[in-house]
Design a binder for this molecule. Structure first.
Ligand SMILES: NC(=O)c1ccc[n+]([C@@H]2O[C@H](COP(=O)([O-])OP(=O)(O)OC[C@H]3O[C@@H](n4cnc5c(N)ncnc54)[C@H](O)[C@@H]3O)[C@@H](O)[C@H]2O)c1
Ligand SMILES: [Zn+2]
Length: 695
């Protein structure tokens, strides 16, 4: 079958409706077969497909349809009748005791109901029991145990003959080399186990990253990665790959005394063979099967390995035998596929966006493609380093992945489809918005526009500035800010504080009431916590949490402005990146001017967290008893210590205060005996406030 052939039309454009003669049908059939054979070779033999699965499935559907309409043109060697690809004989060949088949795949619940109807009518039953299992995105293997010992491990190959990967399979820790004795069932003399070898999502991502670093081609999907890893000539290479295994079937189950698939799945772990006990389920009706598909699909993103659908199997082995098989699929099982996660598309251009902190991000504009029901036309390319590593060029055909809510990613370019017109991409030297020279980090992972007045940044900076966790000014969305900028009412952040209600009310579509509300919101924002204010400034690397950390260590904005890098580095949580970002930010004259403008407009950031330097509880010893409303015991202890005091566990003559809450115990008596003042939580807080004011 398929060989390396540069001239095949990878995706022949066949218009089935337009075909009116057997001759035309024959021509299309030949083209489709040739293309599919080539893709089978790329996919099953090279583990390196050049089209997406859905493109492949379309070709296959077209071929099936034509062969259906023109039965005379059917041949035994058509890919529609064959399983998988030709086994690689360097590995050695293994004949399967029973053929390893493919699965009929379905997409709609209607087809699943039809499957149920067919099974029930052929088996002459009112109801049918099904066992459902996740369809792992890996490759099928067959394990032969003789006398309880693993003697042969093979791939599916063309279904009749697979590749001998015994040595490689033995490196997978989840595959037992010896079967365990089971109390109720002795170890059979000969056991043929089928299961899936796969790789976890995380390991797949890590593996592709490493391959790029080593200048090797990344894999298009976890299945190709697992197959590529298992089908190695050197088992030492396989041993380094994090392959996993689930067993799901045994050949000749009835000969081993099993009556159902469910029983098989229950027995396998007893012999030491891993099954997916959590997700394999048996149901009495097709409606439950359909519900379970929905449940599995919901859980799909959270699983640590990829599944691409659900396999639904007739549970009773008798039923399976009665239904038998048809060409390359068993008739007693179906693979109900999930909507795909990966498709191919074309990078039409790469545009550079400027973020609010001035970060430049390259974004691929893609030929729109529907991935699992969502149209995707953009994907972030992150940075120059990533583009270089993946070798993505403008004009490239690429594999795009959309997983859950994550931004679509370009997995890899398909270099085979290049015709020489593709262009390499480099980040611009100048900011696409303001034209300032940009700064790129040495590792090419970051590019920044340093100009604080950069128009792109101002709008986004303002959007960020007014956001909930920052200055919390309601009623100023992105559109409104843009409008205010377009109308010349604001040019920079500080201008927010010189907005006039009358001017606002003049804008079309702006009601007097909304204008008044906005003015109130702006006024309200003037009393702001220092951490929210720091966050609002949009200092690179200073998010909510970091802003709070800074507040805990610096009393005022001025203290922070004056801090140098080494002072910042004294703080545990602050690393070199943050300290550099903070000092660079406050070292920029334009930024200081902006801050001054905002402060002189009346904004007064207050620091509720106290600075570390001010040890207002210096030397004081506290004992806490009972529950506190605002702190856990650990929190209050930490705070007292941060402020220079100590929290101790028992009352002594040296205790300065006992702080009591509901449920206070015997420590109160101790306090009474030793004349130690007892205060409640409110008084404790007043004490700190008073000390702060006086100190
Ligand atoms: N992109 C390409 O060029 C290209 C080429 C060839 C095939 N393909 C893709 O490969 C798929 C067809 O491959 P196939 O014929 O191997 O069929 P399949 O992968 O859809 O189904 C059969 C396989 O399912 C697997 N499986 C996973 N969990 C299972 C379980 N619990 N019980 C039983 N089996 C389980 C087994 O490995 C079995 O061999 C299609 O999705 C097609 O798009 C793509
Ligand atoms: Zn700029």
């Amino acid at each position: 079958m398929g060989k390396e052939n540069k001239d095949v039309d990878l995706t022949p454009d066949v218009n089935i409706e337009g075909i009116s003669s057997a001759d035309e049908a024959d021509q299309s059939i030949q083209k489709l077969r040739e293309a599919i054979r080539y893709h089978n070779y790329r996919y099953y033999v090279k583990d390196d497909p050049v089209i997406s699965d859905s493109e492949y499935d379309t070709l296959m559907e077209q071929l099936e349809k034509l062969e259906e309409e023109y039965p005379d043109l059917k041949t035994d060697d058509s890919p529609t009748r064959q399983v998988g690809g030709e086994p690689k004989d360097e590995l050695g060949l293994v004949d399967h005791p029973e053929p390893m088949l493919s699965l009929k795949s379905v997409k709609e619940s209607e087809e699943v109901k039809k499957f149920d109807d067919t099974c029930r009518s052929e088996l002459d039953k009112d109801s049918q029991v099904y066992t459902c299992e996740p369809k792992y995105d890996g490759l099928a293997v067959e394990l032969i145990y003789e006398g309880g010992k693993l003697t042969t491990g093979s791939t599916r190959g063309d279904g009749q003959t697979g590749e001998d990967v015994t040595g490689n399979i033995k490196t997978i820790s989840e595959v037992p080399l010896r079967l365990m004795e089971e109390p109720d069932r002795e170890v059979p003399d000969n056991l043929v186990v089928r299961g899936e070898v796969f790789i976890s999502k995380k390991d797949f991502a890590d593996m592709n990253r490493r391959r790029r670093e080593e200048d090797k081609k990344p894999f298009a999907n976890p299945r190709n990665a697992a197959a590529g890893s298992l089908r190695q000539l050197d088992p030492n290479v396989t041993a380094e790959r994090p392959l996993r295994f689930y067993a799901y079937q045994i050949a000749g189950a009835e000969d081993h005394g099993f009556e159902s698939q469910r029983e098989v799945l229950q027995a396998l772990p007893g012999w030491g063979l891993k099954v997916n006990g959590e997700l394999n389920k048996t149901f009495g009706t097709i409606d439950e099967v359909i519900d379970y598909y929905g449940e599995l699909e919901e859980r799909r993103e959270d699983l640590e390995y990829e599944i691409d659908g659900m396999v639904c199997k007739v549970d009773d082995i008798d039923g399976q035998a009665a239904l038998g098989e048809r060409s390359r699929n068993p008739r007693w099982a179906i693979a109900w596929k999930f909507p795909p996660k990966r498709e191919s598309s074309v990078v039409e251009k790469i545009e550079v966006q400027v973020g609010r902190t001035g970060k430049l991000t390259p974004v691929a504009h893609l030929e729109p493609v529907n991935i699992g029901g969502v149209e995707v036309s953009r994907a972030s390319l992150h940075n120059q380093h990533e583009i270089d590593e993946k070798d993505i060029r403008i004009g490239d055909k690429v594999i795009v992945e959309r997983a859950g809510d994550v931004i679509p990613q370009v997995v890899k370019p398909i270099k085979e489809s290049r015709d020489g017109s593709e262009k390499e991409f480099t980040m611009p030297d100048r900011c696409p918005v303001c034209g300032s020279d940009v700064v790129m980090s040495g590792d090419k992972k970051q590019t920044h526009c340093p100009n604080i007045d950069c128009k792109a940044q101002v709008q986004r900076r303002i959007e960020h500035f007014v956001s909930k966790d920052a200055m919390d000014i309601e009623g100023l969305g992105g559109k409104r800010i843009k409008q205010l900028m377009d109308q010349g009412l604001i040019e920079k952040t500080a201008d927010l504080y010189s907005l006039k209600k009358e001017k606002l009310a003049e804008l079309d579509d702006y009601a007097e009431k909304s204008a008044r509300n906005l003015m109130d919101e702006i006024e309200k924002s003037k009393s702001v916590k220092l951490d929210a204010f720091l966050y609002a400034l949009g200092i690179p690397h200073v998010g909510n949490h970091m802003a709070r950390v800074l507040c805990e260590h610096f009393d005022t904005l001025d203290d922070l402005k004056e801090a140098d890098e080494s002072r910042l580095r004294e703080i545990d949580e602050i690393g070199p990146e943050v300290s550099k970002a903070v000092t660079t930010f406050f070292g920029e004259k334009k930024n200081l001017e902006t801050i001054d403008d905002i402060l002189s407009a009346g904004v007064q950031p207050e620091n509720p967290y106290g600075g570390k330097q001010k040890q207002v509880l210096d030397g004081l010893k506290f004992v806490f008893t009972g529950e506190l409303e605002n702190w856990t015991r650990d929190e209050v202890k930490e705070m007292v210590e941060r402020l220079g005091g100590r929290a101790v566990s028992s009352v002594s003559g040296e205790t300065d205060y006992v702080v009591k809450g509901p449920g206070a115990g015997s420590k109160l008596d101790d306090a009474g005996e030793m004349d130690v003042p007892v205060i409640d939580e409110d008084e404790f807080r007043d004490l700190i406030d008073k000390k702060r004011e006086s100190g």
